[in-house]
Design a protein around this ligand. Sequence first.
Ligand code: NDP
Length: 328
Amino acid sequence: TTQNIPTHQQAILVHETGAPDVLKIAEAPVEQPGENQVLVKTAASGVNFIETYQRSGVYPMDLPYTPGDEAAGTVVAVGSGVTKFKVGDRLATAAAQSTYQEYFLVDAQQAVAVPDGISDEVAAALPLQGMTAHYLTRSTFEVKPEHTVLFHAGAGGVGGLAIQLMKAVGATVITTVSTDEKEAIARAHGADHVLRYENFETEVREITGGEGVDVVYDSVGLATFDSSLKTLKRRGMAVLFGGASGQVPPFDLQTLNKLGSLYVTRPSLWAYIATEEELTWRLEELFKSVLAGDLKVTIDQKFPLEKAAEAHAYLEDRKTRGKVILVP
Ligand code: NDP
């Protein structure tokens, strides 16, 4: 039954790319779920860096659009063919269509049930950054106790979760941050060494007795990538997974030869949660860690939906100390 679902809702719409103020609140229709889809009443939507790249035009989008891939909420209608969820179930996803609104649609295969004991806000905050931290450290390069790792931006969303996952494994973790306040946050997540970006290459060499790290995870991009490669040991791996300071320009592969037979990969979450099995494995493991008290999810800021522009500015001004969510 769909009788309690309104025909219209408040939604963020982007009509032109640009600065955060292109994120405008508007009235939009509530769509019915198609085959294998569910319609969910949004409890909270996660705000992620990728949405700033889309909004500013770095990642092209068809206009107009409603941003957002990540959210949690309660199922209010199910489409044909859906057996996994029923009306009233709570779910979370990192791969919905347009979550910056009061109701969102998601393919049932791209959502996971939220266990009792996990709040709606944590369920909205964890999937995208959590599964990113998970795939980077478990799959792209499987971090083991004997590894020394450099993970940039350790006070941020993905960084804070990744540090906790790697410390749980027993690895040695070096991270970078921009301020003293963020240094304290990165240390609280468990980082062994917290550096500033200036001269991090030299400092990593010193910490590792000249040898270098096994793997560097770099989401800062333009400002750090060249130096990141120089922190690696022979045959080490560079994982470039974002461009918070700008995208890394085209790259001469001979550099990998000169710096010691390095590996470089440029992964994205979608390729690591493409199957329902993989998605469920990652998110259920993360929920279990939260319930066991082994993984702390820090909700830094809650913005009302209509203040989505402020949420983007907050992220781009590098103010984040954890997760930013939007609440309708
Ligand atoms: P964060 O909360 O980590 O915010 C980004 C951080 O990057 C800032 O807080 C800042 O920390 C640091 N930073 C360094 N230089 C700059 C700069 N010039 N401008 C802005 N920030 C800068 O964000 P998320 O956790 O949401 O995402 C982290 C990164 O991971 C992003 O680059 C994102 O695109 C990427 N990502 C990639 C995915 C993938 O699968 N490839 C999936 C999810 C996220 P400080 O001030 O300490 O330097």
